[in-house]
Structures are given as C-alpha cells and as structure tokens.
Design a protein around this ligand. Sequence first.
Ligand SMILES: Cc1ncc(COP(=O)(O)O)c(C=O)c1O
Length: 469
Amino acid sequence: MIKYQSPEIPEEVRKIIERDRKVMYGAHTKTPEIPLVVKRAKGCWIEDITGKKYLDLCANFCVASTGHCHPAVVRAIQEQAEEVLHVGACDFYHEAQIKLAEKLVEITPGNEPKKVFYPNTGAECLEATMKMAKYYTKRPKVISFFGAFHGRTYAGMTLSGSKKVQRAGFGPLIPEVYHTLYPYCYRCPLDKKYPECKEGEPERYGVKMLPCVRFLTDEIFERLVDPYEVAAIFVEPIQGEGGYIVPPPEFLKLLRGICDEFGIILIADEIQCGLGRTGKWWAVEHFGIVPDAICIAKGIASGIPMAAVIAKAKFMDPSVDKNAWAYASHGNTFGGNPVACAAALVTIELIEKEFMKNAKEVGDFIISELKKMQENHRIIGDVRGLGLMIGFELVKDKETKEPFPPQVTKDGKNIKEVFMGMAFKRGLIMEGCGKSAMRISPPLSITKEEAQKALEIIEDIITEIEKEI
Ligand SMILES: Cc1ncc(COP(=O)(O)O)c(C=O)c1O
C-alpha cells in the first residue's frame, strides 16, 4: 500500500466545491485528487482562486492547444463578438466559416475534392460521420476498436470500447457496431510481441500483416460480419483515452487496404490527436495514409466549443455523387459559429507558424528525457507518444510488467489517482489514461523550460512512489 493523502482543500475552495456538488452533475473526471477551482489561466499556467499557480500538463484534455487565453485568440474572439455572435451555417453565409473550411481542406491530406461540416463537439462528429457513411454506402454495419473513446452520444458511446460504465444502463445501443483489436503492443491482446508477431504473416497491401488486424479479417469478417455490409471503420490513429497508444507503422496501412478492398469508408477520429499535436497537422500523416474523413474538435478553437468533419466531397454533395447526403439530410443550429470560426482561424495560424514545430521539438525532448528516466526507475513500464501526445505506463516492476493492483492506498485509490494528487500537490496538473498510464498533453506552446520543470516534478513523484513499494 502507498501512504498517500488527497490534497488539502482550502476553505474558500471547499465552499465552491460544496456549492458545485449541490447543483452540478459530477462528471467522471472531477476527482478529489485535483480540487482545482480556476480563477484565470495564461499560456501553460492556471491560477486558482487562492492565487496558487499550476503548470498545466493536460491542456484540459488537449483543448487549450495554443495555451490558455492566447492574446491573438482572445482578440479575434472579441473582434468577432462585436460584429455578430451567431450565423447558422445551415441557414445563411459567413465568410469566417468559408475561410476556415478552405483552410481545413487545404491542410487535410488527399487530392480528391473535400468538404467540411461543422458539428459543435467531438461526439457530434461521430454522429455525423456514422450517418454519412451509412447513407452513402447503404450498408448497416460499422467497425471500431477495443480501447477506443469516441464520446457520449449514442454513436460516440456505441463506438467506444473503453469503459463499461460509459455504456452501462443505456442499452440498447446502436445495432451492428462491432469492436476489434487495437494494437496495444505493450500489453498485446493476443499475447504476442511486436515486431516478432509479423514473422510468418503474409504480405498484405504492401506491408506485413499484423495478427491483431488478421483477427478482423479472419475472425470477424469470416464469422460475424460480411465486409461488404460494412459502411465504415472508425479509428483513432493514436488511441487517446485508451492509453495514448501509438500503433505500429503497418496498422493504418492495413486498415486503408482493407477499406479499399471492400469499399469501406475509413474515418479517422483525430479529435484528440489532430491539428498539430503530434508535430504534423494530422496523426495519420505519420503513417502515410489518407483517410476518407477526418474528425477534429477539442483544440481546434483553443477552448471555444467547435468541431469539424473534413470528408471527401462525394459523401456530402449530391452534385458530386448521387449517393451523397441529400440536401438537408444532416445539419444543426450552432455549427460554424462565427466567434468559434474566428478563434479556430487564429488557432490554426498560430499552430502553423510556431506551435506545430514546438510540439515536435519539446515533445521529442520530453520523450527522450522520460526514456532516460525509465532506465533509472523501475515503475515506468513504457514510454510512448508522438509530439506532445505522450503517455507513460506505471507498473509495479518494469522487468515483469506486473501491473499495480487496482487499489494502491488503504482508501481504495488507484495508481493514476495517486499520481494525479501527488502532481497537484506539487503544482502540476496531470491526468491519467488507459488502465495505468499518465498522459502528457500540454498546450502546444509549452517551452522547454516548462517541460523541464514538469519532468523534475514527475521524477520526484516516481522516486517517492518507489520508496513506498
Ligand atoms: C478521440 C475522441 N473522440 C471523441 C471525443 C468526444 O469529444 P466531446 O467530448 O467533445 O464530445 C473525445 C473526447 O475525449 C476523444 O478523445
């Protein structure tokens, strides 16, 4: 057992938390380990109502992409708010909506004509793309992955394969959604080891087959699902909530090949990993494939609610393909809000000018420092990531990969909660992911000095935990 006490809560903070408990739905992420009542935030720093400052290593789950309250983003929001607050993109026209769509089309891979639809949140992207894929293909089935997280609406929830609590009590879910294996190589679901797992596998679509993908083609497509009845495969190119899992290079190429062979639409959910976070605009670019549609939300407008689906025009425009959504097949009220578009345009400009490069540089630095740390510490089992989407997995012993038990304190806390609380006490905001990993997903503006400070705190926590076990 680890000796650990949740952070002390100052009186003024306690009062706010008590008021919150009375009237607010307590979302799953609100934890006693991070009793943070925010007053203001700037760059990578959050100040609470007591005046204490915290280094933000989470960006509120990848949302504060350009740092909190970047002056250029704030100015764009203010200027747009002075002019007009709402123009429905399904009803009238506004130039910011068009400019943003033009930019998104430009930075999204693929030579085929593309179009943009604006949902308001990540989960709504999954609603839209599931409707789009079924409508276009006239097929009823879809595939997604164990470990995936796609949001809390019926489409998002049904596609997710992360935690049973997110699905329990809500059935029946959307029919004909089948989950298959994601290549979580550190703890392979088939108990194999990468790259040895490829030995003896056939060459498919220009690369070696992976046994976890063969589970889809040889088991699911043979026993449960005719691939010609599958409308879409939904995939996170890097699994986020599932544990910041970077798949091996063959994985997305194989999915692309399967989709091409059977006429299936490949939909990349880049809601968490997209738009510069990995050091390229899109995570798929690291794997050399072009999906048929990309979903983005979270960081696209630096904190203003906004989302976009960028898809081949043939799915959305009946003048391009008669199977496309008929006019008014899909739509919404708030999508493409001009204030959100203004924030997104500046966000993209900032990412393009400096933060995408910074994500690669500081991300590479953090990964290499964590790998060095791993050599000296027995509880860092795995370090993985691309750019500023980095995870490290906590284990009891890195040699045996023995996981921490589900409860590591007398009062039943798990290792992620303990880590978050220890970080909070030291002025660092961190969140967990997967079963026992910690995520590092700061604003893309984080400096090397800030990263260094965060790494020192992380090492201090690891040293303290190791003393206890
Ligand atoms: C990959 C991915 N897809 C979808 C969602 C859902 O986004 P939202 O909470 O905006 O609906 C999330 C949120 O964490 C996500 O990480």
